[in-house]
Design a binder for this molecule. Sequence first.
Ligand SMILES: Cc1cc2nc3c(=O)[nH]c(=O)nc-3n(C[C@H](O)[C@H](O)[C@H](O)COP(=O)(O)O)c2cc1C
Ligand code: SF4
Ligand code: SF4
Length: 418
Amino acid sequence: MAVKKDLSINYLGVKCENPFFLSSSPVGSNYEMVKKSYEAGWGGVFYKTIGIFIADECSPRFDITNKEGTPWLGFKNMEQISDKALDINLENIFKLKRDYPDKVMVATIMGSCDEEWETLAKLVTDAGADLIECNFSCPQMTSHSMGSDVGTNPELVERYSRAVSGATHLPVIAKMTPNVTSMEVPALAALKGGAKGISAINTVKSITNIDFENMTGMPVVNGKSSISGYSGAAVKPIGLRFIANLAQHPEISKYDLSGIGGIETWRDAVEYILVGSRNIQVTTAIMQYGYRIVEDMISGTSHFMDEKGFKTIDEFVGLALPNMIPADNVDRDYKVVAKINDKKCIGCGRCYVSCYDAAHQAIDWDAKKRRPKVDNEKCVGCHLCLNVCPVADCIVPGDVMWKKGREPHDVKLKKFYE
Ligand SMILES: Cc1cc2nc3c(=O)[nH]c(=O)nc-3n(C[C@H](O)[C@H](O)[C@H](O)COP(=O)(O)O)c2cc1C
Ligand code: SF4
Ligand code: SF4
């Protein structure tokens, strides 16, 4: 039965019917597209980045990574900001806000100097945007005065955040690049410059594949290619890491965070919320499946809330953060040996091969019966076997065994793997 929950959030003072937004990209780049996405159920849009600079795009501009028959593990694009004229984009923003006043319009902008940032901030404010996002993070701009070259320079991030904040009454969000060691440094600079929220991540600089025909990367543009942004499922772990880092920072955690990167399902969205995002943004999954994926996000998040007893999204923003601890604080007193369910086992031998070739040779193989058996003394409890086994719940965490000289105590284990 369909479960209905209140998924509304207050994001930077703006009421949103749900936290699920299109992220700035082609998925929200004109009136018709955004209209369709609103009607599908998205709470708002970070409109495709607009600038004074009009992008001159190459063709082709996309590539994907695959593994074992699974396409779109990751997605590479060489696209810059909007290739439409500024007045057309401003008109789209105006009309979308006029026709859909309850949906949230975030104008994403990018300038190359104080004056351009200020001009853009004023124009999108006049066009009726609810919020402004500064794109400090596109890794494939042809000009070094824009994009991630700015986002990796804290002085410029602070300066342009100040220019934008001074030119509008709207809350300003700074969109961060993951192409840095520590995102806290540019994020703090943005907040110092007047930004009221941080969004992350933009795409990760990448080479996805090398083409043997032209001896260059993919996509091939007249025999050449460039390093450019990677997104989609493959970058979710990177996005979660950066959001958790920001949310655990005592100063940055006071501000609203918007999580982006590899979100495809309700589960991905909830994971980002649990590490501190109040708002959620999506591009690549929409490029692959269309706007309808929001239905899964709405219904899956509602069921999750029902099961866990949450009445509002706010109740679980950042709930996992206290349990994300430094490596030196992790309990290293015990091992959880692998337990194999003989009845579920199909005798494929993958656990045996992986444990022998890549773990601790702790699995014996009965070649006649085609069944593995774990030697608890040799097993170090790494759970490589559990992760390679193709059968659900066939290898599960078994006994807890204490290391020599360590004091046994209560431990919390993960019992169920879906
Ligand atoms: C084709 C494409 C174009 C993009 N254009 C922009 C853009 O104009 N402005 C921006 O801030 N981010 C842009 N992005 C980055 C996305 O908004 C998002 O930060 C990134 O793709 C990670 O999210 P995802 O894994 O859901 O795609 C673009 C991404 C893609 C794939
Ligand atoms: S948990 Fe690690 S060491 Fe133990 S049987 Fe599995 S792969 Fe081998
Ligand atoms: S990987 Fe799983 S199914 Fe295959 S042999 Fe090992 S326990 Fe059995």
